[in-house]
Design a protein around this ligand. Structure first.
Ligand SMILES: Cc1ncc(COP(=O)(O)O)c(C=O)c1O
Length: 408
């Protein structure tokens, strides 16, 4: 009799987005003439930069000719892309990362979900609350948690991000081994400055812990004083893995290209206390379970690093950040306390009522869909997340409908 991995039974049903979809379709059925504006999910709405499309097309043409056809590429990614990332995303900002420390992949979701495989079953995991759910669910699947009760799994150290700590979690009191951090944060939209990141790096160094740093939204940072990479912090090369993605920075959510940085100085230990290189272990894992991102997609990603591509990708970010500014300004003018939105496409709003009540109010009275904060963890209760990924016209119309609803 084949038995299942019973850890999967501990997972909570993917309640958030299915519940949202259910409420939206119930509203739409009851109000077929009402147009709904969606500012809920974190998917981009604008097309790929022109420079990427041209590189993409020409790489597809190469695949159609004998002389330029390519079969399997290196699992870690083509040097043409890894070199540019190392030079332009890291070395240019004073972060000492080399090309062979970069692993190209098809998404930060897979990488943030898969990286935990390298660690022991009894590793103590610290996870922010609220959180991008992938970090938590993949540790549940791996059997590192107990059951779910009262909104939380046992055996996880939750890092509370609340209004009181400005959504910047404190260092845990108990000792932890693996720490997930995400800045700019999804869902709160807050960023961490160098001194905060330094505190985490120092903690990890002192405790032989490791930081998994999700920087999927780094391109939305406009404040020059905020680090874009954890490797801008002294000592991080020894204790931090960084995840990046072209999904939000260049509209690649449907095209799929991302990368993970595993510095050669990052170590973890076996049960006898011997040191092991995480770079070697991840390389082994990646090349065993992954066969590389397609050549045309890597060429399209490379084009982001051309002068033209960089300008066009920056224009996309500026476009969404303009929407974020509109949302934040309007919600603040209505008297709501807002976080995020300055260096991130997400605005985190204290609703002064339950998350789902606020969600229902905006849906039923304004025809606008947001995301209830409670869906990201128990500390998200009372908040909603509004996303800047839409057209300026839709954002402006959504805001004027919300204004009418909340004023009235
Ligand atoms: C914090 C965070 N990390 C990672 C991802 C996934 O990125 P990718 O599209 O590269 O899988 C998302 C997507 O929404 C995200 O919000």
């Amino acid at each position: 009799m084949i038995k299942i991995n019973e850890n999967f039974l501990k997972l909570q049903a993917s309640y958030l987005f299915s519940e949202i979809a259910g409420r939206v379709s119930a509203f739409q059925n009851a109000n077929p003439d009402k147009e709904i504006i969606k500012l809920g999910i974190g998917d981009v709405t604008r097309p790929l930069p022109d420079a990427c499309i041209r590189a993409f097309h020409s790489a597809v043409d190469e695949m159609g000719k004998d002389e330029t056809f390519r079969g399997y590429g290196p699992e870690q990614g083509y040097p043409f892309l890894r070199d540019k990332i190392a030079d332009m995303d890291f070395k240019a900002r004073g972060a000492d990362i080399s090309s062979d420390e970069i692993f190209i992949s098809d998404g930060a979701k897979c990488d943030t979900g898969n990286f935990q495989e390298l660690f022991s079953q009894d590793a103590v995991i610290a996870i922010p609350d609220p959180v991008y759910p992938v970090y938590l669910d993949t540790n549940v699947m791996a059997g590192r948690t107990g059951g779910f009760a009262g909104g939380r799994y046992s055996d996880i150290v939750y890092l509370d991000s609340t209004m009181e700590n400005n959504f910047l979690p404190d260092i845990p009191e108990q000792s932890v081994d693996l720490i997930y951090l995400c800045f700019p944060n999804n869902p709160t939209g807050v960023v961490a400055d160098a001194s905060i990141l330094k505190t985490w790096v120092d903690y990890a160094r002192d405790n032989k812990a490791l930081i998994l740093f999700d920087a999927a939204y780094e391109s939305f940072i406009s404040d020059d004083s905020i680090p874009r990479s954890i490797y801008e912090i002294d000592g991080a090369r020894e204790v931090a893995i960084e995840f990046r993605s072209f999904s939000k920075s260049a509209g690649f959510t449907g095209t799929r290209c991302a990368f993970t940085v595993v510095p050669k100085d990052c170590l973890a230990y076996d049960s006898s206390g011997n040191k092991h290189s995480l770079h070697g272990l991840w390389n082994r894992r990646h090349s065993t379970k992954f066969n590389g991102v397609s050549y045309p997609v890597q060429r399209a990603a490379e084009a982001i690093y051309s002068e033209e591509g960089r300008g066009q990708a920056n224009d996309l970010v500026t476009f969404y950040m303009n929407n974020a500014a509109v949302i934040k300004k309007e919600m603040s003018a209505l008297g709501y306390t807002c976080a995020g939105g300055d260096n991130s496409p997400y605005i985190w709003i204290w609703g002064e009522m339950g998350s789902w009540d606020f969600f229902d109010l905006l849906l039923n009275k304004a025809g606008v869909v947001c995301t209830p904060g409670a869906g990201f963890g128990s500390c998200g209760e009372g908040f909603i997340r509004i996303s800047a990924f839409n057209s300026l016209e839709n954002v402006t119309r959504a805001m004027s409908r919300i204004k009418e609803t909340l004023k009235g």
